[in-house]
Ligand binder design. Structure first.
Ligand SMILES: [Zn+2]
Length: 256
């Protein structure tokens, strides 16, 4: 069948097992693939231990380094080499959001071709604001598949893999081939950045629901923060368990 041009990556974060479980479940069904696909468990050691990473957050280490002593920095390099020439789906999960959404650096031909076929609430363009993460270095659609450690996240991940493989002609799977319109948001700035030293902060907003000018969106150490301009919140799991990081985004259009 030749060299794979498609890849599915799981467990860049070891405490997000949904992608690995979904790949396992899918391969057990011995799907009839029309083109070769690479299935990659990115950080096996962290996955085995059930930790986000063993030394450092892999998704902040790209492009990595072949000779690095830090595990994740070397793994980031090896993963990028493995993905050269591939159109890639990478699976994640979060602490805060049940509804799957896609993350890309910028919407290009690959996101335009694939995202309308995925069961996702939204496509988020990071515009490099999250980086240096995988989306900044290779043609990849990342998907946040649901709440970390839940059965539902695994179910979502498996469906999204099938949709990706159907959209790319790997699986002839008309059951999942359903083209929908999906809104695109572009990150504008990080919220609470200056307050990152704070001990208590809470968001009062829902992902992708507009926050109007003057509306309160978070409380930090008892102080209420209000929007000075309309934005759409995109909340991300932080690397620390007690905090979330959030971004103000703009609605820029839709795909599909
Ligand atoms: Zn993740």
């Amino acid at each position: 069948m030749g060299d794979p041009e498609l890849a599915v990556v799981a467990a860049i974060h070891g405490d997000e097992p949904c992608g690995a479980h979904a790949i396992e479940a899918l391969l057990e069904e011995e799907p009839n693939v029309k083109r070769p696909v690479k299935f990659i468990i990115a950080n096996e050691r962290a996955l085995e231990r059930g930790v986000r990473y063993t030394e450092t957050d892999m998704n902040r280490e790209f492009p990595g380094n072949r000779d690095a002593e830090v595990d994740e920095r070397r793994l980031a390099y090896e993963l990028l080499m493995e993905l050269a020439g591939c159109t890639t789906l990478s699976l994640h999960s979060m602490r805060s959001e049940e509804r799957p959404f896609a993350i890309v650096n910028t919407v290009g031909p690959i996101a335009t071709a694939i995202c309308p076929y995925l069961s996702v609430e939204a496509v988020v363009e990071t515009a490099g604001l999250l980086g240096p993460s995988l989306v900044d270095y290779t043609p990849v659609v990342e998907v946040e598949c649901g709440i970390q450690g839940t059965e539902q996240a695994t179910i979502n991940a498996k469906r999204i893999i099938r949709e990706f493989l159907a959209a790319t002609g790997v699986l002839l799977d008309n059951d999942v081939l359903d083209r929908c319109s999906v809104p695109v948001y572009r990150l504008r700035e990080q919220l609470l950045k200056r307050e990152s030293e704070s001990t208590s902060c809470a968001f009062h907003v829902e992902n992708f629901e507009p926050v109007l000018d003057g509306k309160p969106y978070a409380t930090i150490d008892g102080r209420v923060l209000t929007a000075d301009k309309l934005f759409y919140p995109v909340l991300m799991s932080g690397s620390e368990y007690t905090k979330q990081s959030g971004y103000a985004a703009e609605l820029t259009g839709s795909l599909g």
